[in-house]
Design a protein around this ligand. Structure first.
Ligand code: PMT
Length: 339
C-alpha cells in the first residue's frame, strides 16, 4: 500500500488516480459491509475510499447471505452514494444452493463498464423526462391506472444523466427504484403531472414524454370510501388535459419535444396523426401487442417517426439501449434546429 522504501509512493492513491473506472467482481458481503460503512483497512477498500470515479459492484454470494437485511441495507447505502450495484443472476450457486447471488456474466459487466464510460455528449443540456402511470382516484382507496412500470422513462433519465445532461424526472408511482442523481418529482394524477411539467418546460432543452398518462379521470372524487350502495353500474369520466399537445403548442423551435405512442392496432397511421397534431419532433411508437415491447418489460421494440416523414424501425433491445438511441436522435435534431 505504501510502495517500496526506495521508491516512495502512496500506492493506494496512485492506483485510484490512474483508473477511469473500478469494478469489484465478485463483491463479497464482507467487502460490501466495509465499503458501505467507510472501513478502509486493506488495499481494495483504501483505494476505493480515494476513488471519485464510477465504481461497479457485483454482489456474489449465497442466496441467504444476499437476502440478509443487513446486506440489503448496505447495498441501498452504496446506491444512494452513487455506486453502481449490478443485480446478481439467479441459478446454481457454488455453495450448492439455488437462487439469486451468481456473479453477472463478464459480458454483462463489460457492457455496464462501456455504458458508464460512454460519451458525455449531453453535457450542458437540460432534460425533462416523464415516466410511469398516473393514478386517477375515485375515493381514498380506489383509482384508475394502467400497466406502466416507469422502466422506459427511468432508462431515459439514467442514460441522459450518464451522458452528462442535467435531468429532471417527473413520474407517477414507479415500480422500479428511483434513479439517483436526477431531480425527481413524484406526482400522482395527470393534472399534477401537467402542473409540474409546465413549471419546468421553459427551462428544458429536450423533453421526453414516456409517461402513460390517463386520458380520463372520474368526474367526482369522494373524500370518503364509497360504499357498495353508492355505486351505480357506471362511473362518469371526464377528459384529462393532454400534456404533450400543450407542450407542442408552446414550444420554442429549438426545444426538442419527443412523444411516445402506445398502440395495439393501425399503429403507424395513428402515430403519424399524433406526431402532426401534437407538434412533436419525434414520436417513439411501441406496438404494445408484441411480446418484448411496451409495458412493464425490460426490452422494447420501437419505431421512430420524424416530422420529415422518415421513420426508422429498431430491433428488440433493452430499454436502456432504446433510451440511448432516442437521446442520440434528440441531440441530432437539436443540432439541426440550432443551424
Ligand atoms: O413504463 P414502462 O412499463 O416501461 O412502459 C413504457 C410505455 C409503454 C408506457 C412507454 O414506452 C410509452 O409508450 N409511453 C406512452 C404511453 C401512452 O400513454 O401512449 P398514448 O398513445 O396514450 O400517448 C401518446 C403521448 O401523449 C405520450 O407521450 C403521452 O405521454 C402523451 N400524453 C397522453 C395523454 C395525455 N393526457 N397527456 C399526454 O401528454
Amino acid at each position: 500500500m505504501w510502495g517500496e522504501r526506495d521508491r516512495p509512493s502512496v500506492e493506494h492513491i496512485s492506483l485510484a488516480d490512474a483508473a477511469r473506472i473500478a469494478v469489484v467482481a465478485p463483491a463479497t458481503a464482507n467487502f460490501i459491509g466495509k465499503l458501505a460503512n467507510g472501513i478502509a483497512d486493506d488495499m481494495l477498500t483504501t483505494a476505493l475510499m480515494a476513488f471519485n470515479k464510477p465504481v461497479v459492484i457485483c454482489p456474489s454470494m449465497n442466496v441467504n447471505m444476499y437476502r440478509n437485511p443487513i446486506l440489503k441495507a448496505n447495498l441501498e447505502r452504496l446506491v444512494s452514494c452513487g455506486y453502481h450495484v449490478m443485480i446478481p443472476e439467479s441459478g446454481d450457486l457454488a455453495c450448492g444452493w439455488t437462487g439469486e447471488g451468481r456473479m453477472p456474466e463478464p459480458e454483462a459487466i463489460f457492457h455496464e463498464v462501456k455504458r458508464l464510460l460512454g460519451p458525455r455528449d449531453l453535457d450542458g443540456l437540460r432534460l425533462l423526462v416523464t415516466a410511469g402511470p398516473t393514478e386517477e382516484p375515485l375515493d381514498p382507496v380506489r383509482f384508475l391506472t394502467n400497466r406502466s412500470s416507469g422502466k422506459m422513462g427511468v432508462a431515459v433519465a439514467k442514460r441522459a444523466l450518464a451522458r452528462g445532461a442535467e435531468v429532471t424526472l417527473v413520474s407517477g408511482p414507479l415500480k422500479v427504484p428511483e434513479p439517483t442523481g436526477v431531480n425527481h418529482i413524484q406526482v400522482r394524477t395527470a393534472a399534477e403531472m401537467m402542473d409540474r411539467v409546465l413549471e419546468r418546460f421553459h427551462e428544458s432543452d429536450i423533453v421526453v414524454k414516456a409517461a402513460a398518462v390517463a386520458d380520463f379521470r372520474p368526474e367526482t372524487f369522494c373524500e370518503e370510501k364509497l360504499k357498495k350502495e353508492d355505486f351505480g353500474t357506471s362511473i362518469n369520466l371526464v377528459r384529462n388535459p393532454d400534456i404533450l399537445a400543450t407542450l407542442g403548442s408552446r414550444k420554442w423551435p429549438d426545444q426538442i419535444l419527443i412523444g411516445f405512442a402506445a398502440e395495439t392496432s393501425d399503429a403507424i397511421q395513428k402515430a403519424r396523426v399524433k406526431l402532426k397534431n401534437k407538434n412533436v419532433d419525434m414520436l417513439v411508437l411501441n406496438d404494445v401487442s408484441q411480446p418484448g415491447a411496451g409495458f412493464d418489460c425490460d426490452t422494447n421494440i420501437v419505431r421512430l417517426l420524424f416530422r420529415s416523414g422518415e421513420d426508422e424501425q429498431l430491433a428488440m433491445m433493452s430499454k436502456e439501449d432504446v433510451a440511448d438511441q432516442i437521446l442520440s436522435r434528440a441531440l441530432a435534431l437539436r443540432r439541426m434546429a440550432h443551424h
